[in-house]
Design a protein around this ligand. Structure first.
Ligand SMILES: *Cc1c(COP(=O)(O)O)cnc(C)c1O
Length: 395
């Protein structure tokens, strides 16, 4: 049976080059980077090389990069660490955070956690029908207590690219005028592979990314912390990672992330073009099926994510049938305890609940081929037709 993996926004396979770079650190070079002997020093050098590699892609200095267990941890630390630092400095302040209603759960739940603890107030910005944040809405939400704006660069469900650079510039101007800094965090997990993520150019103070969305292994990520941004560490213990994250480093995975980042920078332009062309064909083909709409922004969109709502067929059911045909895709709705929860992203975009249940996402990779897209376009119409034939009217 054919196997076609179109779920690269969920996770990517490890690149053979990445695996090759990692293997020595799972074998002979197993030392603890905090040890003074040669084993330790070899591991230390490997980590610092990886830090250079990550910093290079983000256009910053190595010491601004912190390794974590993934984007979820980077995001948790960026928000909780910053808020704790700010509250320590000004005990009477109740800081205000602005984020959007289409963030990844890692951001939404972290904000809700801080809110429930009574430490902060949070504004969740609405988005328009195409899932764009309006800068005007953001400006209106700013209060004297606003300390942090946190926005996703590329939405993982619908692929929309937010104007992070414009927002970064605007926030810097506002901060200057009122003589009080508004920190800016972006979840760039889905952006790093295809878009310019140089932090100076973007104007961000904090940027989170993850290894397993760009052909490095799962369980490793990084956080960029701009100079002068103080964070209180959330994991206590040893002095690793500039005393900001205790615990013996995940050496091999960090090496893998570093290697993956160099591959990103070497091939970003060609991969972006190639993937965008394939996505165009995919979208065109899928939209030939009746009663299917594209979600997300029609052109301000990442090259690898194509997201749809299908009427009169449920997303989960389509996924299962596609899986029977060897195709891996994903849906925004998660089936928990038999209840279909429509995607919070589609809800925020104003997609009606019935339509949101038919959500379907295909995400491509640098290795996706025309043949694979053709295969999907061959099997998908039949799958949907069958499901529609079975469905009672109105579902
Ligand atoms: C995958 C993803 C995350 C979480 O990353 P992990 O490394 O799995 O914790 C956060 N944000 C976005 C946009 C993602 O796609």
């Amino acid at each position: 049976m054919k196997k076609v993996y179109l779920d690269n926004a969920a996770t990517t396979p490890v690149d053979p080059e990445v695996l090759k770079a990692m293997l020595p650190y799972l074998k002979g070079s197993f030392g603890n980077p905090s040890s003074v002997h040669s084993w330790g020093q070899q591991a230390r050098r490997a980590i610092e090389k990886a830090r250079d590699q990550v910093a290079d892609v983000l256009g910053t200095k190595s010491r601004r990069i912190l390794f974590t267990s993934g984007a979820t941890e980077s995001i948790n630390f960026a928000h909780k660490g910053l808020i704790e630092a700010i509250i320590r400095k000004d005990k009477r302040l109740k800081p205000h955070i602005i984020t959007s209603s289409i963030e990844h759960k890692a951001v939404l739940e972290t904000c809700q956690h801080l809110e429930k603890k009574g430490l902060v107030e949070v504004t969740y910005l609405p988005v328009d029908k195409k899932s764009l944040i309006e800068i005007e809405e953001l400006e209106k939400a700013i209060r004297p207590e606003t300390v942090l704006v946190s926005l996703i660069y590329v939405n993982n469900e619908v692929g929309t690219i937010q104007p992070i650079k414009e927002i970064g510039q605007r926030l810097a101007e506002i901060s200057r005028k009122r003589k009080k800094k508004i920190y800016f965090h972006t979840d760039a997990t889905q952006a790093v592979q295809y878009l310019d993520c140089r932090v100076g150019w973007l104007g961000v103070d904090l940027l989170s990314l993850s290894g397993h969305k760009l052909y490095a292994p799962k369980g490793v990520g990084a956080l960029y912390i701009r100079q002068g941004t103080s964070l209180i560490r959330q994991q206590d213990g040893g002095g690793q990672e500039h005393r900001l994250r205790a615990g013996t480093e995940n050496v091999a995975s960090i090496v893998g992330l570093g290697r993956a980042m160099t591959l990103v920078s070497q091939h970003q332009a060609t991969n972006s073009k190639k993937v965008a062309r394939l996505k165009e064909k995919l979208v065109k083909g899928v939209l030939e099926i009746p009663k299917i709409e594209l979600t997300g922004h029609p052109y301000q969109s990442a090259p690898h994510i194509a997201s749809f709502v299908v009427q009169e067929a449920e997303g989960e059911a389509i996924l299962l049938r596609l899986s029977d045909q060897g195709v891996a895709a994903s849906s925004g709705s998660a089936c928990t305890s038999g209840l279909l929860q429509p995607s919070h992203v589609l809800m925020a975009m104003g997609v009606p609940v019935e339509k949101a249940h038919g959500s379907l996402r295909f995400s491509l990779s640098k290795n996706t081929t025309q043949k694979e897209v053709d295969y999907l376009l061959k099997v998908l119409p039949g799958v949907i037709k069958q499901l529609r034939a079975m469905a009672p009217k109105g579902v």
